[in-house]
Design a protein around this ligand. Sequence first.
Ligand SMILES: Cc1cc2nc3c(=O)[nH]c(=O)nc-3n(C[C@H](O)[C@H](O)[C@H](O)COP(=O)(O)OP(=O)(O)OC[C@H]3O[C@@H](n4cnc5c(N)ncnc54)[C@H](O)[C@@H]3O)c2cc1C
Length: 1009
Amino acid sequence: MRSLQGEIEQRGRRIFELVDKHPESLFSKAGFYQRLMTLSMRDEQLKLQLFRFVDVLPSLRTSGEIVEHLQEYFADAHDSRKLSEFLRAGIRLARIVPWISGPILRWNVSEMAHQFIAGRNPNDVMRTLRKRRTQKIGFTVDLLGEAVVSETEADEYAARYLDLLEGLAHETKNWTDPLGKNSELFPVVNLSVKISALYSQINPADPADAIVHLTPKLRPLLRRARELGAFINFDMESYAHKNSTLELFKTVFTEEEFKDWSHAGIVIQAYLRDSETDLRDLIEWGRARGTRFAVRLVKGAYWDYETTKSRQNGWDCPVYLQKPESDANFEALTRLLLENESVVTSAFGSHNVRSIAHAQAFADELGIDRSRFEFQLLYGMAGPIKRALVDMGYRVREYSPVGELLPGMSYLVRRLLENTSNEGFLRAKFSENVSAEDLLRDPCEILRRSRNGVLPPSTATINMTTTIPKTQPGAPYENAPLTNFALPENQEKMRTALREQRNQFGRKVPLTINGEKIWTDTMFSSVNPSQPDQIVGYAAEAGTPEAERAIAAARGAFEKWRRTSFEERCQLVERAAEILERRRFELSALEVFEVGKPWAQADGDIAEAIDFCTFYARQMRRMGRPRLTQNVPGEASYQHYWPRGVALVIAPWNFPLAILCGMVSAALVTGNTVIMKPSEQSVIIGAMLMEIYEEAGVPPGVLNFLNGKGSVIGAHMVDHKDVDLIAFTGSREVGLGIWESAGKTREGQRELKRVICEMGGKNAMIVDSDADLDEAIVDSIYSAFGFQGQKCSALSRLIVLEENYDRVVERLLAAAASLRVGNPEEPGIVVGPVIDEAAYRRILEYIEVGKSEATLAYQAKEVPPHGYFIPPTIFTGVSPSKRIACEEIFGPVLSVLKVRNLDEAIEVANGTDYALTGGFFSRSPANIERVKAQLEAGNVYINRPCTGAIVGRHPFGGFKMSGSGTKAGGEDYLLNFLVPRVVTENVTRHGLAPEKTPEYRDEFLWPKA
Ligand SMILES: Cc1cc2nc3c(=O)[nH]c(=O)nc-3n(C[C@H](O)[C@H](O)[C@H](O)COP(=O)(O)OP(=O)(O)OC[C@H]3O[C@@H](n4cnc5c(N)ncnc54)[C@H](O)[C@@H]3O)c2cc1C
């Protein structure tokens, strides 16, 4: 091993000698790009703003817009000494002569982009490729483009790949291999392909679907590549796509037609913890296949994305957190690849001289000729290293992206981030002049020393490793992680749960009153909306006598429950959370059948139910202790809370567990006793929650489960003198009825009834003229059609500024046409059935209204013939006053409205009776601030979907006709279930006051039962 290290150092130093002959211009001090880099590396905040500005610039149309954005992005930094003279001068100039500075800025950014993008189009790129040929550098060409949001766009992409292939083959037909040795392994024409560009509906939970759709698109390309003697490489993207990409590669290259074709390659990302397993599996597959294939080994381009995404979702992070771990793994995989050279051709994609030198030294040790593997580097980066490698007689291939600036923006920003990364080799070598000795150190050795505490951990890892464990007091609240369906083991668990739930179809559930199971003469059936002839279960139906019994039971249990310590009550709801977690897949599967939720949405509902339990327990612990109001000598004044009494919880079917469990847990943890009435359409899930609370140990009468018709038992209980609190989530019509009825005081009533009332919405999303359309389209489609638009937060009005209108509508309609509609038992389905026949008919009626009021721009043609499937539908040219723009439809129907400017957009957005959720897509900081301040919605979302609120993070609820202003999952929610009380005692005797205010005696200042 030591001798290998010696070899690596020797080779590394040789590369540096050659590199130092030609300075790296990207890291010099002159020019727009170089100054931008220098500024970015000096100040992280400024870097963020600079890159954001660079990102929006190509989408700005006029000089005025450019100057406005420039000022908005850097307004806060104007007085800061950190803002360099370079930028200050730019802003000053821009204010004075916008018509000059706008175009200059745009030109500069465009020039900067062209340092990393090899050509605008296939013709353009040939100039670069020819030049590289004279330098003995080969190419692999990658097509840049907008994110593919529809199958139309995916088909266009596939056609462009084919054209590019033809063009490259034609232009290079007389080119020969620069090394003239082992050239059969390395075709001249090499195309890099991204699978996300070829299919818009890839769902990590459903790799099989991706394969079914991608293979027919790939075959013509592969066939033609083979005829032309070209090479096709599958690039690797984010972790969510990794398994699909690997499976696709193995599937397609095992097909009879391509089984004996050796010019296919795939990327392995060494920053992934499971990359070694994947590589071993690929090598085994390759051996069994019996034909060579290729692997490009890289560290990976999505480190920031993966770490952020996994933290947001509470997932195990798939990437290494310390840079030397990625480096060490890169070396381990290098060895694995070279040791299997007989079956796999290696390409080492790195700019890091240590990683490169290691590959060279190890290949030598194994006696592998340098013409049998290659080094690949990115266009526009590490030019001197490429030259050095060529000089040393190695194969070098340049990764050359082709495309326009606007669609190339995300690629450009990735490169800018890479070049300015604290962890990056290029910055260390070319900007910070770190010594060769340090740059060539063995990453394993660095890790060993770091573990011994000699080296501090790298800065990038600190955030990831200092999360305080949940149990520690004062630890930040942690949500239950969502299930990561990209992992095959989770897909399998869900499939098993679906099978098991299917076997339980037809189960019967009783009422639960005072701990007793009660069967009545009538039973409700709950059906599968995807196949209404399937009965998920039957539930005993309560009438008025059962409702009376339940109220009496709850009233009777209240006396004891109100005196139970808050700690005990917290522990009860926490135990319920644990059981929910244990039964997670079972409950998700039940939701798929009972309400037609797609997998991930069903899982999200269970996670939210768990969160409500843990979050409210935490809040109750905070509020449970009496609080000294003021510290004054001689007086002890404590505020504390009493529960209100009997709570009636009336829940909807659209979040059948989360909303029910949220309201029930809030009522229980605060000391109220509860009658829970789930929706008739999701009664079996409601019964499961009863079962869970019983297992958790809820005392008899404290929680009662009633199933019955809202119009009969619901109305009866709302009016009842012994019901003190009503927690309702559902339609406006029913909500307003409850609100009114609860306002009347009945004979014998003790309390003024408190109503927590969450109703519907007519939610709007505004798309600004500078919005990132890739994101706006995907998120709007998800917000409008996810779970068939049956969320109170769902998007139903898309308000688009006129500059973008045509492009937005074109892409939106194509994206909607690509959605997968079907039975949500299949993992990748986005749009399933609506809940029942009544909803089905009502939504169809609205679609008829829409046809008379606006233009039916899109309606899916094919939906399953049985079941309550409504085709996703989009109306354009909708005027704000029309019914479809004002009334809640609660189905997969979206209205698109065109407006002249942001003033009008806000006016239209605010112009309905509702104020639940609202969204805005924009990259103008000033416009974002305006919308934040002016949009009438309980939950305002900027540059993201308007659905998917997370407990604690996005307390949820609206005002106007959307609700009474309460916030489920928020810090003050529990107050709605409590009555505040203050107890003040004068503790002075004859002027003598105790030094310290006495502690309260008991949490509720009354004796425990
Ligand atoms: C020709 C070519 C093709 C490529 N194709 C792809 C592709 O298809 N898919 C893809 O994902 N990437 C791809 N990449 C890789 C990627 O774009 C980066 O260029 C590469 O990761 C930079 O690594 P390096 O060895 O050049 O530099 P180095 O500076 O040595 O390494 C930087 C890399 O280390 C990793 N890293 C950074 N910080 C940390 C940390 N705190 N903990 C752990 N790891 C960290 C990241 O992967 C980062 O990119 C390709 C690279 C090249 C050269």
